[in-house]
Design a protein around this ligand. Structure first.
Ligand code: HEC
Length: 125
């Protein structure tokens, strides 16, 4: 069977098209995978926040859910948001002595704390 010149040209053209677009496809896949992972981490942070933190800090992180002195921090406030990830993670890990903010070091893994922090950052937007 003889390949017609038309189908030969077509298959060469297709081959070139695949070579040209291939890097874009793989880039597309990796940014898609990244978006999926970030979505998952945010959802995981939300789930953990709702399980452990919402009780005091409230649905929106405003700190008005539980009546104690001192009151739960408004996690969306500039005063909290301008603190570094390290500082906030440290507080979540250790708690704040003499306040209702307890230590979560036994309940939450490092990854859990990162995911919750991601969610707290998102609440402030
Ligand atoms: C029993 C109530 C309660 C629960 C539950 C609670 N918190 Fe708190 N949280 C507080 C209080 C009260 C403060 C304010 C302490 C202070 O004034 O120093 C606070 C402060 C904080 C701060 C410090 C803000 C700053 O100004 O640096 C962070 C961060 C925080 N909480 C995160 C969390 C996270 C994350 C969870 C869930 C894992 C959580 N809290 C659960 C009561 C609570």
């Amino acid at each position: 069977m003889r390949l017609s010149s038309r189908s030969l040209i077509l298959s060469v053209a297709l081959g070139v098209a695949v070579v040209i677009t291939a890097p874009n496809i793989s880039e597309g896949e990796s940014s898609h995978a990244k978006a999926l992972r970030e979505h998952y981490e945010l959802q995981e942070g939300k789930r953990l926040y709702e399980q452990y933190c919402r009780f005091c800090h409230g649905d929106q992180g405003k700190g008005n859910a539980y009546d104690v002195t001192p009151p739960p921090a408004d996690l969306t406030s500039p005063a909290v948001q301008q603190k570094s990830d390290a500082e906030l993670t440290q507080t979540i890990h250790e708690g704040e002595r003499g306040t209702a903010m307890g230590s979560w070091k036994w309940e939450l893994s490092e990854k859990d704390k990162q995911n919750i922090l991601l969610y707290i950052r998102r609440l402030a937007r």
